[in-house]
Design a binder for this molecule. Structure first.
Ligand code: ZN
Length: 314
């Protein structure tokens, strides 16, 4: 069976662009991997943050809309996006977030791991999770955090669903993941492999209260990895057998993607690992210049004029 080895990226909606950029690079210490535009709406930025090269499983991306109304989390949506940090770093993180005025909850334990829930400036629900594998994954060395605390990509995402069963079937039958246990109503699914790489966990929880409202702080979609176009096509075929339609493949410059709404209502994407973010600028200079796909290059001046001013780095 063709399988997905993990999450590829998480894409969310944000409010103020500069505030979003500062939070993910300065507060959380991720690398600004790519500054581009929404390929379907080139008057809007698309920011990518991740590790040194934007390895699949480390990439969180945002569409910042300065005047976006706040979202409200509901069923059929990502409830929380969790980043992995080394064991022993969470107390330091708790102090760091408090010092920086970031709203955080109390540290809890899930599946034997310590979890610190907090929110970004748009109210997006995030957490930091001490995972045993994090210390074995290289950290980007250009950020403000030391190696013993820096984020190592995603620990997991948590999806809230009115009825998780059909979503679970997509994870197991299309992606080849397995149910790894249930704790306090949280069903954990893990990707094939030894569980030592970023983004190999998805949790499903049952939520009531109907659909939420997408807005600033909402996750727009989550993407799963495909090792090749052939693997992506095989997963699309498996979806077809479940009666779930997917889009045609779209070229996103840094990966090639198909999209589908899984039966629980969450927008899923399957994105190829290749070619990655060094396809149009060097690894050394990632994120420093506005990169546009070929079809928008002739309109660069017009696009730059309508994009929000990011001002000077604070
Ligand atoms: Zn995406």
């Amino acid at each position: 069976m063709t399988t997905s080895t993990g999450l590829h990226h998480v894409t969310a909606m944000a409010g103020h662009a500069r505030r979003n950029l500062d939070f993910y690079t300065q507060t959380l210490g991720l690398r600004f991997v790519k500054k581009t535009v929404n390929f379907d709406d080139p008057g809007t930025y698309h920011f990518y943050f991740g590790d040194a090269v934007g390895t699949p499983g480390t990439i969180i991306t945002f569409f910042p809309w300065g005047d976006a109304a706040p979202g409200r989390v509901g069923a059929g949506e990502t409830q929380e996006t969790a980043f992995a940090v080394p064991v022993g770093s969470l107390d330091g993180w708790e102090m760091r977030l408090a010092d920086l005025g970031v709203e955080a909850g109390a540290i809890v334990t899930r599946f034997g791991e310590r979890v610190l829930p907090f929110a970004d400036p748009d109210g997006m629900r995030l957490s930091l999770v001490e995972t045993a594998w994090a210390a074995g994954v290289p950290a980007w060395d250009g950020g403000p955090l030391a190696d013993d605390a820096a984020i190592r990509g995603f620990a997991s995402v948590t999806l809230g669903l009115a009825n998780p069963a059909a979503t679970a079937t997509v994870l197991t039958e299309v992606f080849g993941w397995r149910h790894a246990g249930t704790e306090a109503g949280r069903q954990r699914f893990v990707a094939p492999g030894d569980g030592t790489h970023p983004g190999h966990v998805v949790d499903l929880v049952t939520v009531g209260g109907g659909r939420g409202r997408l807005g600033a702080g909402s996750v727009h979609h989550i993407a799963f990895r495909a090792a090749s176009d052939a693997d992506q096509a095989a997963m699309a075929a498996a979806l077809g057998r479940l009666g779930v339609p997917a889009t045609e493949q779209k070229d996103r410059n840094y990966f090639r993607s198909i999209y589908f709404r899984e039966p629980g209502g969450v927008l899923f994407e399957i994105a190829t690992d290749d070619p990655g973010f060094a396809v149009d600028e060097s690894v050394e200079t990632l994120g420093t210049r506005l990169m546009l796909p070929e079809q928008y290059e002739t309109a660069r001046a017009r696009i730059e004029a309508v994009l929000p001013d990011l001002g000077a780095a604070s």
